[in-house]
Design a binder for this molecule. Structure first.
Ligand code: ADP
Ligand code: ZN
Length: 613
């Protein structure tokens, strides 16, 4: 080995040691997670990288640590102006010199920031993409020392994606203008087409690609049969997430408004968010959710990108999303801090009908409809599966796994039953009544209920009348839902949601094809406490201390105008409540307490613990 190589190897080892130190003292974390360490080393060494990591995986550290290791300023391109301020605020709490340049600054503030950049006084500078590619900004960068470029939300470069940002197409310019500066592009979008498009459009052909597992082990997936969705939701929020932050997704603006108002009337702190609200109330509600503790936002999917609140404890769906991609992206907003979180959905026949209608009645091309139908079918498969939900989800993203033990079907395996006979009866009822009626009427006929509508159509005289008295209404609803999900019956939207037979119905009607279905039961609650991992629930006295700590945090967050989690994370407060550190040394051993936070809040926290004890 030549002398220069030996020096280089020493350099690398030295850099790894320094990376670990920065992680511990500045960020307060004990160890890198997953591929973080490798990514940091690669970028700190001057390499280009494309990082694919799920939401909550810990992407920020992948460029923040190299930013501190390398000489000069790291330039971070981010499309989310609203969040730059929070990120810069969070870094300032850690003693990192960070600033942003975007349209919210006045001319003087922008000039000050530019001057700080030129003077080498910044570790990180967040810049909006349209500003970065302006001649003025490029000139400024040419005169500064640049440590690296980080391109966050890199999938925004994809023209086929839903977050397309034309300004991102200009970013390949960075490679041309600053060929020696390492670039790291990051995204949580997993599919191969988007990945290729990022590589191609950002000229990252030479970059090392880091793909993390897309599993989010701390999220518990639960999909329940929809009976009385609101009441089910309320029970879920009250019993499992009282006083915690969450997002409830609904399909329509009206349902968002109504659900938020109803939850609020039940004593839950719930606020609405949808694209039909004026910009000001929308921004106000988003900011409240981000900054205050324990708010529930009821929203359409317009509420999405730009939410990086780490302590969202649940995401609930009152309506079926369009695809597994959508479902995964939305549920991914829960539990970014790695603590236990719930993804909960209520799903019923009406959802299947509604989503199928949206596709059938859309103006889109036949190709698009075909793709949409396939995506919806994959999601229905997830809803109806008797196997592990996580295995299904990860399989959809091309990742093999085994049953997780942290989803409803693992915790409380659903029973399947031989529904061949019931399916035949249901399909016969559809046929005998002329394929003109919806599930409610068909169930009345099957169960032998002589209600007015049955009599009006003389359906009490049919051979199928009363042949299904052995199953209750909920079970019949579940049978019809599963028939539609399986393609054994279809919904005619031209005829007000009448159920009709399909090509596949025949074999079942003739008794040639057996049908297995999931049994509908009111699911037992998995457990009173929903914590995963080894952590025991807090004792009552500790819970009191936690409440004190949260009140203290809220005061500081308000005074400094930052979200509460920027001061300290929930997990950190919970650990303080549990371990009750008596002095600064003991406090320093707690996750999330770096040097700067120890200096800033240490005395106050220890005093709180002492007072309480
Ligand atoms: P992403 O951008 O990938 O969604 P973030 O960078 O926001 O994820 O990180 C998610 C959460 O994980 C943050 O709360 C962060 O503090 C935490 N985190 C990241 N890396 C680590 C680590 N090595 N150890 C402990 N916590 C970490
Ligand atoms: Zn599972």
């Amino acid at each position: 080995m030549s002398a220069s190589h030996a020096v280089r190897a020493d350099d690398v080892a030295d850099r790894a040691v320094r990376a670990g130190e920065i992680l511990r003292t500045t960020f307060g974390h004990a160890a890198f997670r997953g591929a973080q360490g490798d990514i940091v080393a690669h970028v700190a060494d001057g390499g280009d990288a494309l990082v694919l990591m799920p939401t909550g995986g810990g992407k920020s550290l992948c460029y923040q640590v190299p930013a501190l290791l390398r000489a000069g300023t790291a330039i971070v391109v981010s499309p989310l102006i609203a969040l730059m301020q929070d990120q810069v605020g969070a870094l300032a709490q850690l003693g990192v010199r960070a600033a942003f340049l975007n349209s919210t600054l006045d001319a003087q503030q922008a000039r000050d920031t530019e001057r700080a950049l030129l003077a080498g006084e910044l570790d990180l500078l967040y810049v909006a993409p349209e500003r970065l590619t302006s001649p003025r900004c490029l000139d400024l960068l040419a005169q500064s020392r640049i440590a690296l470029f980080a391109i966050d939300e890199a999938h925004c470069v994809s023209q086929w994606g839903h977050d397309f940002r034309p300004e991102y197409l200009q970013l390949s310019l960075l490679h041309e203008r600053f060929p020696g500066v390492p670039r790291i592009a990051l995204t949580a979008t997993a599919d191969p087409q988007t990945r290729d498009e990022i590589i191609h459009r950002l000229a990252l052909e030479e970059a090392r690609v880091f793909v993390s597992s897309f599993d989010r082990p701390n999220i518990r997936y639960t999909i329940v049969d929809k009976q009385d969705a609101r009441a089910q939701l309320l029970r879920f929020v009250r019993e499992d997430h009282a006083g915690e932050a969450g997002i409830v997704y609904c399909l329509s603006r009206r349902k968002v408004e109504e659900t938020a108002a109803w939850l609020a009337a039940q004593g839950i702190v719930a606020i609405p968010y949808h694209a039909g609200m004026d910009a000001q109330s929308r921004a106000a509600n988003q900011s409240r959710f981000q900054r205050e503790d324990g708010i529930v936002v009821v929203a359409t999917i317009a509420f999405g990108m730009g939410i990086d609140k780490p302590d969202v404890r649940f995401v609930a769906h009152l309506d079926l999303p369009k695809s597994i991609e959508g479902y995964y992206q939305e549920t991914g907003r829960a539990g970014r801090d790695g603590e236990a979180a719930d993804a909960w959905m209520a799903y019923g026949l009406a959802d299947v009908v509604q989503q199928r209608r949206l596709i059938d009645q859309s103006e889109a091309s036949e190709d698009f409809k075909r793709v949409s139908t396939a995506k919806l079918d994959a999601l229905l498969g997830l809803c109806e599966t008797a196997g592990c939900r996580r295995v299904r989800l990860l399989d959809y993203f091309g990742e093999a796994s085994s049953p997780c033990g942290n989803c409803d079907t693992c915790l409380d395996p659903p029973q399947t039953w031989d529904a061949t006979d019931a399916a035949r009866k249901a399909l016969s009822a559809i046929y005998r009544t002329g394929q003109r009626f919806g599930a409610v009427h068909l169930i009345d006929v099957l169960r032998g209920r002589e209600v007015e509508r049955v009599q009006r159509w003389d359906h009490h005289k049919l051979s199928v009348f009363g042949i299904g008295a052995d199953l209750d209404e909920a079970n019949w609803r579940s049978v019809f839902r599963q028939l539609v999900a399986m393609g054994l019956a279809r919904v005619d939207h031209e005829a007000h949601g009448a159920l009709r037979l399909t090509e596949s119905s025949r074999a079942v009607l003739k008794g040639e094809q057996p049908v297995a279905m999931r049994r509908t039961v009111e699911r037992k609650r998995a457990a009173a406490t929903r914590r995963t991992g080894a952590e025991p629930a807090l004792a009552p006295a500790d819970a009191d201390l936690l409440a004190l700590l949260k009140a203290w945090r809220l005061e500081h967050a308000r005074a400094q105008g930052v979200p509460a989690y920027v001061i300290l994370h929930d997990a950190t407060l919970a650990e303080i409540a549990r371990r009750q550190p008596g002095d600064l040394d003991a406090l320093a051993g707690i996750g999330g307490i770096g040097a700067k936070k120890l200096e800033r809040y240490g005395e106050a926290l220890v005093a709180l613990v002492r007072e309480h004890g």
